[in-house]
Write a new protein. Structure first.
Length: 342
């Protein structure tokens, strides 16, 4: 078998497809692989460049194939799609990946380590449990409202409703209804305890990681956002500058420019929604504190006079992302700037 110099691997759950070319770009391999055959297939090849789309399980396969001596590069699927020459199928996708990975202007994603993915599992699981807790809480409120029992919004009001159900002393709630609602109450309490446990695990990892602790010195970035940034980004030096990093999170204006005219719209909302949400929420917290206690950032106060609070929060999140990039690439901690005298 002629050894390829570049291989495009289209990954899936069970059926994969590999497309390899030689130094002249001629096809030498086009093979369908079962999941258990992938590692053995690459073990037989000489070290080569392997392209993979950055989708589900891509980081696992990138680590596995790298251990076999190959150079693996992950690419966003949206950047590979223009290279598909015919209708979509596994062979065409693998050929497109093989061609895209050799382009000099292609952008690649960093392979995440096992530790990074472990921390992200904590974050994703915590977010999922919070969504479930919110749904159960809303269900409890809706059912009790049918019997004329309501409380204020927020956790305290929901806690009072839970206490009413658990006590069984309110005659407005029939016994059949109370027994059904107790199932929801038990699930709500279980989720509450599990979320607190995940919070403790995230905080413990944050304290053990120097880069995460340094990011937490930025106002508006706490242990959650700091640990998520470190786990999601890894090597921030892959980004050219702070604006590129902010664009990766989707915090820069969306462009629709043509004919030399620049037209900037709303933020692009590209990239990781979870990171963007954490930074915007952190920006809102900084703005609320500034409105109540003042701030040494005159530009923020001027911005709040011209724009709404949410727009200012997005602008502040953009600035926080750029500062985070500087700390991750150059080291050090954040120090609040001293305002210059007039």
């Amino acid at each position: 078998m002629v050894q390829p110099v570049t291989v495009g691997l289209d990954i899936a759950k069970n059926v994969f497809h590999a497309h390899g070319v030689d130094a002249q770009g001629q096809k030498v391999i086009s093979r369908k692989l079962r999941r258990g055959q992938v590692e053995a297939f690459f073990a037989k090849l000489d070290p080569c460049l392997v392209g993979v789309e950055a989708c589900a399980t891509a980081h696992h396969w990138a680590r596995t194939i790298t251990k076999l001596g190959h150079q693996v590069r992950l690419m966003p699927p949206a950047y590979v799609k223009p290279y598909v020459k015919t209708q979509k199928n596994d062979a065409a996708d693998a050929e497109a990946i093989c061609e895209a990975v050799t382009r000099p202007n292609m952008r690649f994603a960093e392979t995440k380590t096992v530790e990074q993915q472990s921390v992200l599992v904590l974050h994703r699981t915590r977010a999922m449990l919070i969504r479930h807790r919110t749904r159960i809480g809303n269900t409890i409120r809706a059912h009790l409202a049918e019997f004329g029992i309501t409380e204020s919004i927020g956790r305290m009001g929901l806690s009072r409703l839970v206490a009413i159900i658990a006590s069984g002393e309110d005659d407005r709630i029939p016994e059949v209804t109370r027994r059904a609602l107790m199932c929801l109450v038990d699930q709500y309490c279980l989720l509450q305890g599990q979320i607190l446990e995940l919070n403790r695990q995230v905080l413990a990892w944050h304290k053990s990681n120097a880069a995460s602790r340094r990011l937490a010195t930025i106002p508006g970035i706490g242990p959650l956002a700091a640990s998520a940034l470190v786990a999601s980004v890894g090597n921030a030096a892959t980004f050219k500058n702070g604006r590129s990093f902010a664009a990766f999170i989707g915090l820069v204006p969306k462009q629709s420019s043509s004919g030399g005219k620049e037209r900037l719209g709303k933020i692009s909302k590209r990239g990781d929604h979870y990171l963007r949400w954490l930074l915007v929420v952190g920006g809102l917290a900084v703005i609320r504190y500034a409105q109540r206690h003042g701030t040494r950032r005159p530009w923020l106060l001027k911005l709040l006079q011209r724009r709404t609070t949410k727009i200012a929060a997005v602008a502040l999140a953009n600035k926080m992302a750029r500062i985070a990039w500087v700390l991750m690439t150059r080291g050090g901690s954040y120090h609040e700037p001293v305002p210059h005298a007039a």
